[in-house]
Design a protein around this ligand. Structure first.
Ligand code: GRG
Length: 295
């Protein structure tokens, strides 16, 4: 029987050990740019939940692959995520002082180093994956990650987010913004995981539906937590409101947001169950956990 917490911890720990190893390999004692590796280490080891790499590893196993083979791809998606967070916290973007309960990278290292540390965490993943890729499916996983992170994925979402700051955005804009900014990396995690596990196109499609729905539910929960004084987000509370941002919460209100979280979670679960049956146990349980998270 599935022991969800134990399995989550196992995936999380193997990701963190791999990330530490990557950091160690990239430290050069005699360099004049050690601030850069220090900033990368600070952001990668600042205690995130590691949801995306855990999802990727679980999706690989669900499709019949081994977590060991998927590990470089899992570490890669966490680096891409981490890179987006440290850029997002810059004064030119969301200008935040706190992330995961700690000072943001730019508060510790300054803007210049953080811009470079974010860029480095965007290039390093592709170096790691290219070095690890052995099958055509591994290469297709790299493509999935690149596409979902890029212009028509997370970057595009961030562009909409910043362009609409202080302006009223309607439902259509809010849906596209969040689908790209937050949802794209969840889709990438599941689809890339299934690809490195040598899953079929039909299986990747089911993973995509799961990722799409999880992404939507995740952002809906995030918006609720941003307004909940008891939530443990490790970030400055009410920042969306302060920056005059339109969110799912401002468009749908609390009641509809909560209903949508339930509907999307159920749809995510069904998409995987139909294709993977019992093998989807972990990711189905993860969907349930994310729905009721408070951090
Ligand atoms: C340079 C890669 C790069 C990107 C530039 C800045 C940017 C474009 C995009 C920002 C995207 C962004 C901040 C999305 C927010 C997604 C989100 C809900 C993050 C919180 O995820 P959690 O809760 O965080 O998984 P932890 O701290 O647990 O890792």
């Amino acid at each position: 029987m599935l022991n969800f917490s134990k399995q989550y911890e196992y995936y999380k720990q193997m990701t963190e050990e791999y990330l530490l190893d990557v950091i160690r390999k990239n430290k050069k004692n005699d360099s004049y740019y050690s601030a850069l590796t220090d900033a990368v280490e600070y952001s990668l080891m600042a205690g995130g939940k590691r949801i995306r790499p855990v999802m990727l590893l679980a999706a690989c196993e669900m499709a019949g692959g081994t977590p060991d083979h998927a590990l470089p791809f899992a570490a890669a998606i966490e680096m891409i995520h981490s890179s987006s967070l440290i850029h997002d916290d810059l004064p030119a973007m969301d200008d935040d002082d706190l992330r995961r309960g700690k000072l943001t990278n730019y508060k510790v290292f300054g803007e210049v180093t953080v811009i470079l540390a974010g860029d480095a965490q965007l290039v390093l993943p592709f170096e790691i994956m290219a070095a690890a890729a052995v099958t055509a499916k591994d290469v297709s996983a790299m493509l999935i990650l690149a596409k979902h992170a890029g212009i028509h994925g997370m970057f595009g979402g961030q562009q909409i987010d910043l362009a609409y700051e202080g302006k009223q955005a309607d439902e259509k804009v809010i849906v596209q913004l969040n689908r790209l900014k937050t949802g794209a990396l969840f889709r990438a995690a599941v689809c890339a995981g299934i690809a490195v596990g040598s899953g079929t196109e039909e299986q990747i499609l089911a993973g995509d539906q799961y990722g799409e729905n999880i992404g939507l539910a995740f952002q809906l929960v995030d918006d609720l937590l941003d307004n909940d004084p008891n939530a443990n987000t490790g970030k400055t509370k009410g920042s969306d409101l302060k920056q005059n941002k339109s969110t799912y919460l401002s468009v749908y209100g609390e009641k509809k947001s909560r209903q949508l979280i339930q509907t999307c979670t159920a749809q995510a679960e069904q998409a995987l169950r139909k294709t993977f049956g019992e093998k989807a146990d972990f990711l189905v349980a993860l969907a349930g956990q994310l729905q009721s998270r408070n951090q």
